[in-house]
Ligand binder design. Structure first.
Ligand SMILES: [Zn+2]
Length: 216
């Protein structure tokens, strides 16, 4: 059975966490475009060098390159989870064309809906270890003592943003994400998940939606 899931949500909604968890749970590949781009930049592959050049100039990776990446990732698998792509309606249409080419289609699109207040709380909860450098979220990782769960050293806050700049950034993200949400809603693929509550609670909502889909 082919299962293709797409995760949408503004940064801080926790979609990466949930998408990876679902990937483990269903034992299907997680395709996170952020991870793929970062890996290529680190390994200095031809793609990575191109991406780095674009990012250094403050530009985004073009749709054609993104589609090429996705194509490579999905050509040999029937089931997968997409995180970080598509980001725009033209990308979503390009993805549809690509899936058509392979005779596949999206099972459903999860939109993790979280309030500004909640997102701000989570972003301000991002910490990293002063000693081993590992990154944690006090809130999502349920850390109450600001000590690194790996090595026991002190954790320090990563973001120097204040609430006002975060609010402005969130509002920009909402404006960008909305057309994509509308696009998938019109196609009747959108499942809105209330992204508040513990990671476990959110995950069980996602699983409920999938079990309904599996029974159809
Ligand atoms: Zn540490």
């Amino acid at each position: 059975m082919s299962r293709i899931f797409v995760f949408l949500g503004i940064p801080g909604a926790g979609k990466g966490t949930q998408a990876k968890r679902l990937s483990n749970d269903l034992n299907i590949p997680y395709i996170g475009t952020g991870d793929i781009l970062r890996r290529n930049v680190q390994e200095k592959t031809p793609l990575g060098l191109k991406v780095k050049e674009l990012l250094d100039r403050g530009e985004l990776v073009d749709d054609e390159t993104m589609i090429e990446i996705i194509k490579n990732e999905i050509k040999n698998t029937d089931s997968f989870i997409l995180d970080g792509f598509p980001r725009t309606v033209p990308q979503a249409k390009a993805l549809d064309n690509l899936l058509n080419e392979f005779g596949k289609k999206i099972s459903c699109v999860f939109f993790l809906d979280v309030s500004d207040q909640e997102v701000i709380k989570r972003i301000l909860a991002r910490y990293s270890c002063v000693s081993c450098g590992k990154e944690f979220n006090l809130y999502l990782d349920e850390i109450s003592d600001k000590k690194c769960p790996v090595c026991g050293s002190e954790l320090k806050q990563r973001s120097d943003d204040n609430e006002q700049t975060l609010k402005e950034r969130i509002s920009q993200y909402r404006t960008k994400t909305q057309p994509l949400v509308d696009f998938y809603r019109q196609k009747d693929l959108l499942k809105v998940i209330r992204g508040e509550g513990s990671p476990d609670e959110i995950f069980s909502q996602i699983k409920k939606v999938i079990s309904r889909y599996d029974n159809n």
